[in-house]
Design a protein around this ligand. Structure first.
Ligand code: GAP
Length: 463
């Protein structure tokens, strides 16, 4: 089977309830998507895996959850008001609105070409700020600059402005990190490709603070660590390449950024174009802590940030030095991770009747449903009662469902397609021998397991 493309995942997602087009009954809202009953479980399991990995299993990271709407000054001093923009051009021939930095350049004359109609008749670029604007307060008017606020375009700033709060209350010493999962909003010029690029999305970000001289080593340690974590999600290293951003591509705060690109577009002819960004790991230097700090004067004697009340520098009691820590930032989108997890897990298998079956080989930890309890005969009261009781006994321990809405072959196929690692079938013999059949999603092998040991058996195989 060739690698699944995004369209295959879109179709599976809509068919089975992972992801639905948002506002669909009103004709949708360009590139907005809602998680359905299975998508929300998969996304939650990805976030749980990440949070366990960074906050619980390490000794050096605290978690926070900051507000989406902050004081406008956060975005003024972070640099987002001035620089968080895309260069926008309009095609004079087909009226398409395009991001100049994403267009192909004709090597003959160095001119950009419209990706819609190949015309080079484009307007001059204009900077378009990607932050969504809103106003705060009941009395606010749309044009009142004192009421202007933004929906955050990254969760990171919520961490920087809480640096001192966390430092003082947790009594941390360098190096340490602060992690956050939350929604971010960008008025993308060209959203698209399903949940790959949307205007509302979720990020999982770590700001890891260290001494400036340690930053290059710490940067590399996080690059290695993310490779390993993606492996635990079932994402194959064959589908990942590392990309070192060029000077021109670096964000205004970054000294060095390494992106992990995933093979989101296997159908594209040119190998290079098959890969696009899954996550980025940046060395943000001391940029953010400095810009949010009360620094009465810079080298020219000018006041730099008159609006903040705090100095976010760090005092090292061992060396008696005060300085601004450097920050290494691994930043990954939940939506892109979910998409990569589904693409990597998608497989097809031919059954003994020659029919093609979809199996979503999700890691058990990520599977939306861990076990499906299926009665072999839905009209047999004894079987149905036992199966329902079994489902209730299992559900405090793992996400379990009961399903009797089809023949057993169909029920197995449904569970394979949504990635349920185990099906437990209750049959006539179960009433006699107090045992059930456990079927493995990936091998389709079946094993008879006594009811007394079923919980233990499943928990062991799921962990
Ligand atoms: N704080 C750094 C930062 O926000 P970024 O590279 O702009 O860096 C980090 O974003 C990650 O967030 C990306 O690698 C991607 O996974 C996700 N992301 C960014 N923009 C997105 C969008 N429009 N739709 C979905 N995910 C997005």
């Amino acid at each position: 089977m060739s690698a699944p493309n995004i369209e295959t995942i879109v179709s599976l997602s809509k068919r089975r309830g992972f992801v639905f087009p948002a506002s669909d009954i009103y004709g949708g809202l360009g590139s907005s998507w809602d998680y359905g009953q299975l998508g929300v479980e998969l996304a939650n399991n990805i976030k749980k895996s990440w949070w366990n990995w960074v906050v619980y299993e390490r000794d050096d990271i605290e978690g926070i959850d900051s507000s989406i709407i902050q004081n406008r000054n956060v975005w003024k001093y972070s640099g987002h008001e001035d620089t968080f923009s895309d260069p926008l051009v309009d095609c004079r021939d087909c009226n398409a609105r395009l991001r100049l930095d994403k267009l192909d350049i004709d090597p003959a004359d160095g001119k950009a070409m419209c990706s819609n109609c190949n015309s080079k008749n484009l307007t001059d670029p204009k900077d378009f700020n990607l932050m969504f604007r809103t106003t705060v307060g009941a009395a606010s008017a749309d044009d009142d600059p004192t009421a202007l606020a933004y929906l955050r375009p990254e969760t990171a700033q919520g961490i920087f402005i809480n640096f001192k709060n966390v430092l003082d209350t947790s009594r941390r010493k360098l190096p340490f990190g602060i992690a956050q999962i939350g929604k971010a909003f960008r008025n993308e010029v060209t959203p698209g490709n399903f949940i790959f690029r949307t205007r509302e999305f979720e990020q999982m970000e770590i700001e890891y603070f260290c001494r400036p001289e340690d930053a290059p080593r710490v940067h590399q340690e996080w690059i290695d660590a993310y490779g390993e974590w993606l492996g635990t999600l079932g994402i194959s290293s064959d589908n990942i390449v590392h990309y070192e951003q060029t000077e021109k591509e670096l964000a205004h705060y970054s000294d060095r950024t390494v992106d992990f690109l995933y093979r989101f577009f296997p159908e594209r002819e040119e190998k290079e174009k098959q890969f696009d960004e899954l996550l980025g790991i940046a060395n943000r230097t001391d940029y953010d802590l400095r810009v949010h700090s009360k620094k009465p004067e810079d080298a020219d004697g000018k006041r730099i940030n008159p609006d903040t009340t705090e100095d976010l520098s760090y005092f090292d009691p061992q060396t008696n030095e005060r300085f601004y820590p450097y920050c290494i930032e691994p930043s990954i989108g939940v939506n892109r991770t979910l998409l990569a997890v589904m693409m990597d897990a998608y497989t097809e298998k031919v059954n003994d009747k020659g029919e093609v079956r979809v199996i979503l080989k999700l890691k058990p930890e990520l599977a939306p449903i861990k076990v499906a309890v299926l009665p072999l005969a839905k009209n047999n009261e004894g079987i149905v009662t036992l199966a329902k009781k079994l489902k209730h006994d299992l559900q405090p321990l793992m996400r379990a469902v009961y399903d009797d809405t089809g023949g057993i072959g169909k029920l197995y196929a449904r569970q394979d397609e949504i990635g349920t690692p185990f099906c437990v079938t209750v049959d006539h013999e179960s009433l006699e021998d107090n045992a059930v059949t456990v079927r493995d999603r990936d091998t389709w092998e079946q094993e008879r397991v006594s009811l007394d040991s079923l919980k233990e058996y499943l928990q062991k195989r799921l962990s």
